[in-house]
Design a protein around this ligand. Sequence first.
Ligand code: NAD
Length: 380
Amino acid sequence: MLVAVPKEILPGENRVALIPATIPALTKAGLEVLVESGAGAGCFIADEAYVKAGAKVAPNADELYAAADIILKVRPPEADEVGRMKEGVALVCLMDAFFRLDLMQKLADRKISGFGLEFVPRITRAQSMDVLSSMAAISGYRAVIEAADLLPKYFPMLMTSAGTITPSKVFVIGAGVAGLMAIATAKRLGAVVEAYDTRPAVKEQVESVGAKFVEFDLETADAEDKGGYAKAQSDDFYKKQQEQMKAKVATVDVVITTAAIPGKTAPVLITDEMLQAMKPGSVIIDLAAERGGNTEGAVANEVVEKHGVKVVGYTDYPSRSSIHASQLFSKNISTFLLNMVKEEQFAIDLEDEIVKGALLVHDGQVVHDMIKPLMEQQGA
Ligand code: NAD
């Protein structure tokens, strides 16, 4: 079986799905590895490093796809890439399936078995395959670095001969993986950090990384689904949340928002009116910008200034830390793949909870129980 790693073609994407250090584990399991020339350039890995680790290098994407049985990628493929894949191959990558039903159909048409890494169930056995956590942690870290760079203030408290500098205040909304990493990073830089999440279960985690958990007078008993993800709330709930958060955001220097609902656009938690109440010079890092943003007026991949507040909508933080992001991604994706290789044979075992959880398209059909109904709705 030949495992192929193309160069990512999305502009600005610097990650690569597999780094040389992970290749021996695959070849030991009986797989061959073929990497497109230049695939590692965004994280400073030369073709020779892949060859040294036991891979072959294809001079271009055409040759790579013509030989590939299993394709490992970071980003969902573009139409042109799907067209180059052989019928019946397996594809493992971040698929963005809820928002890419068109892609699901294309994969089905070409009888490609498509696995979406974001659908790997968050169970203990799959922890080392958890790409979402690996990438979210990087985003949380870089969100704080970005905020510290843009904020016209120090983060830490300083006693100087010219007077005392009070520490900056950071408020993190959404304490999942990204939020917790943002809290820990802001603490390390010396800020005073507070956080809020609709899932009351995270209070202890927030406190364990050094922030104060802010409690609002909101009904949150039904905040979490069986998978531990946040459930979408009513418009009335979000309105109440905005009202109560207005006073909080007016007192802080930095807001980092990470509030996401899987498969849905992000809830707006910071309205224009709340921006007006914030201190001029404050910074909002909106990590939900790719899904519409938690901040009214946030624009994906841009910094917009509203009422003196900078709203940062970058969506490429993992790619900005391409070396570590690729290292973690490579470990996650290869562990996921090796779970499907037994006695040197690659097989899709639909009885395996992890395989079934991540399999979106198979045998010419969209098979995932969260995506299939959306496809049917769309067809209706
Ligand atoms: P996510 O990216 O889906 O969402 C980010 C956070 O935003 C969540 O904590 C969510 O509760 C919060 N949120 C949503 N709406 C909000 C609102 N209106 N106001 C404030 N906060 C809001 O989350 P994630 O980081 O992917 O984590 C999701 C779950 O998965 C968590 O329970 C996490 O602990 C769990 N998890 C489990 C494992 C594992 O066991 N292997 C690994 C990682 C994460």
